[in-house]
Ligand binder design. Structure first.
Ligand code: DX5
Ligand code: ZN
Length: 220
C-alpha cells in the first residue's frame, strides 16, 4: 500500500489550531493522528470528542486517525463517530474483549485499529489479524509526545511482517512515537505503512516538515 504520514496534533500549537491544521493539510498531510488520553490508561490527559469536532471542521477532507489511550474506549463510541472519526484505534491492554470491540467499531461505520504498548509482544495480535483494519505498534511508552524512538520496535515490526506472511494477511501497520526524518526510512523498511509524527512535524515549520516526510515516503 501507499505509505502514509499521520501528523499527531498533540504537538501542535493549540493557540493556533485552525491555522496549523490548515497549513499542514495544504502541505499535503492527508491524515491527522488524534491522541486521546484519559489520565488512567496513561499518566496524561489530552482531549475528547468536542475538540475533535473542531479539528474535523477545520480540515473536513482529511482522514481522522483517532488513537484512544483510554480505559473502556467503547464507552464513547457514538461520540467519536459523530465527531468525525474515520479510524478508531483501541489498546489491546485497555480492553477485555478486543475482538468484540473491534467488531463494534466496524458496525458503527469506522475502521477499527488495535494498538500494542512497547512491553506487549506482537504475538498477541495473531488472533486479531482478520478482525482489525490496522495494527498500531507503539515505539514509545504512550502518554507524551517528544520521546525517543525505542529501537527494539524495529524487530517487532519485522516479526509482525513475518506473522502476517504466515497468516496470509496484509493489515496496514502504523508506528507511533519518536519518529523523525532521520529514522523514518528504517521504520518503513521494517514494515510500517503509516507513520505517526508529532514533534517532527509541528516543531519548526510544519509545511516544510510534511514535505520532507512525503519525499521519503514516496521513495519507500
Ligand atoms: C504518544 C502518542 C504519540 C505522540 C507522538 O502517547 O501516542 O502519537 O503524540 O509524538 P512524537 O512524534 O513527538 O513522539
Ligand atoms: Zn498516538
Amino acid at each position: 500500500m501507499k505509505k502514509i504520514l499521520s501528523p499527531s496534533i498533540l504537538s501542535m500549537d493549540f493557540g493556533h489550531m485552525e491555522r496549523e491544521l490548515k497549513k499542514t493539510a495544504e502541505a499535503g498531510a492527508e491524515w491527522f493522528h488524534v491522541d486521546v488520553m484519559d489520565g488512567m490508561f496513561v499518566p496524561n490527559i489530552s482531549f475528547g470528542p468536542p475538540v475533535m469536532q473542531f479539528v474535523r471542521k477545520a480540515v473536513p477532507e482529511q482522514v481522522m486517525d483517532v488513537h484512544l489511550m483510554v480505559m473502556e474506549p467503547l464507552r464513547y463510541l457514538d461520540s467519536w463517530k459523530k465527531s468525525g472519526t474515520d479510524w478508531m484505534t483501541i489498546h489491546y491492554e485497555a480492553v477485555k474483549d478486543p475482538a468484540g470491540d473491534l467488531a463494534k467499531i466496524r458496525e458503527a461505520g469506522m475502521k477499527a485499529g488495535l494498538a500494542i504498548n512497547p512491553e506487549t509482544p506482537v504475538s498477541v495480535l495473531r488472533p486479531f489479524l482478520g478482525l482489525a483494519d490496522m495494527l498500531l505498534v507503539m515505539s514509545v511508552h504512550p502518554g507524551f509526545g517528544g520521546q525517543s524512538f525505542l529501537p527494539e520496535t524495529l524487530d517487532k515490526l519485522r516479526e509482525l511482517a513475518r506473522m502476517q506472511a504466515e497468516e496470509g494477511t496484509k493489515v496496514p501497520v502504523e508506528v507511533d512515537g519518536g519518529i523523525t526524518l532521520d529514522n523514518v526510512r528504517e521504520v518503513l523498511l521494517a514494515g510500517a505503512d503509516i507513520v505517526v509524527a508529532g514533534s517532527a512535524v509541528f516543531k519548526g515549520n510544519p509545511a516544510e516538515n510534511v514535505n520532507a516526510f512525503r519525499q521519503i515516503l514516496e521513495q519507500a
